[in-house]
Design a protein around this ligand. Structure first.
Ligand code: BMA
Length: 328
């Protein structure tokens, strides 16, 4: 292809020049790796990351890191913040992973949805906290095999809503379920399907960070997995869902919009992985700071604009209903 006809791809997320912003070397105790962190803003405007930390047995726990500017000078808890507690919660026997944080105004608490790795496989557990020091566990809310979950910040039609990714031999798709009390879940609906064949998101998909509430709907950054003979590539795409009926997909991007490119994303314990579990939104209401695990080895940061994500989706997406499902 000659250079004049070369396609230029729009950059929706700019990587921070200090990437990776957190690695195992920053930790106050001995660990293997740190990645896939949930994120939220605290009342004083500082950023909290609830990081997945893998120890040198291979099991994960969660550890909080706080920073005034969300970029550097992280104050990391001297000890694990939330350890698996298999005596009381046997589903946590092989660790807890990949937390997603949602602030819930009605409860005046943060809800943390995380993967609990049980003998029966990974499931979804829920815990509530108001300070990221003590946690009230609600136990398993989605039995294995299920992960990639987050609670919506408010009730929909009177019910709490949890987005999650159950897996069956027929596929790994995103679902949403409803509950009157955060403990009993039903009214399960399929939200977004993995595509098929050669598509970048053909082999598995899952929600990445909790959805972003916009005036046009719930904007979801999701990861899509493409298996290749040498690895699985984890890339990120976008989809928009109806605000009052979140299972209804309004538009889905065709191509991915962020992918492993830098060395720290392409090489590590698991190659070719970008995996965000959290973001914060700046005071302008538009700038999004996306925190992502890179190659299951470190935490990196990229900045984007919510408006630009929506504009891109309009130009690069299709309605799911209009799509001929045979092509997926
Ligand atoms: C997914 C999750 C993530 C991990 C990713 C790549 O299934 O388990 O925790 O980052 O695989 O290994």
């Amino acid at each position: 292809m000659n250079t004049t006809t070369m396609v230029q791809y729009e950059t929706l997320f700019e990587r921070h020049t200090a990437n990776p912003i957190l690695t195992g070397k920053d930790w106050p105790y001995s660990i293997n790796s740190v990645f896939n962190a949930g994120a939220t803003l605290l009342p004083d405007g500082s950023t909290l990351l609830l990081c997945r930390v893998e120890d040198r047995r291979g099991l994960s726990h969660l550890c909080a890191a706080r920073s005034v500017n969300g970029v550097d000078d992280w104050q990391i808890d001297r000890e694990p913040t939330l350890m698996p507690d298999p005596d009381q919660y046997p589903e946590e026997v092989w660790g807890i992973e990949d937390p997603r944080i949602t602030y819930v105004p009605e409860l005046k608490k943060y809800a943390v949805a995380y993967t609990s790795y049980s003998r029966g496989g990974p499931g979804v557990s829920l815990a509530l906290t108001n300070d990221f020091r003590s946690f009230e566990r609600l136990g398993v809310v989605m039995s294995p095999d299920d992960k990639d979950a987050a609670l919506l910040p408010r009730r929909i039609g009177g019910f709490w809503a949890l987005i999650h990714r159950p897996m069956t031999p027929l596929g790994a798709h995103v679902w949403i379920s409803y509950s009157p009390d955060l403990r009993h879940w039903g009214n399960h609906r399929l939200m977004l399907e993995a595509r098929r064949g050669a598509w970048w998101d053909a082999n598995k998909i899952g929600m990445s960070p909790p959805p972003i509430e916009t005036s046009r709907g719930w904007l979801m950054i999701y990861h899509g997995v493409r298996r290749t003979p040498s690895s699985s590539i984890y890339r990120l795409g976008l989809a928009l869902f109806d605000i009052e009926q979140p299972e209804k997909c309004l538009v889905r991007g065709d191509s991915w919009m962020f992918a492993p490119e830098e060395d720290y994303e392409r090489q590590g314990d698991v190659q070719d992985v970008v995996f965000p579990c959290g973001y914060t939104v700046a005071s302008d209401g538009d700038t999004i700071n996306l925190y992502y695990g890179a190659a299951d080895s470190s935490i990196a940061l990229a900045h984007g604009s919510i408006r630009a994500l929506l504009t891109w989706l309009d130009a690069n997406g299709h309605s799911e209903h209009g799509n001929d499902r045979r092509h997926k």
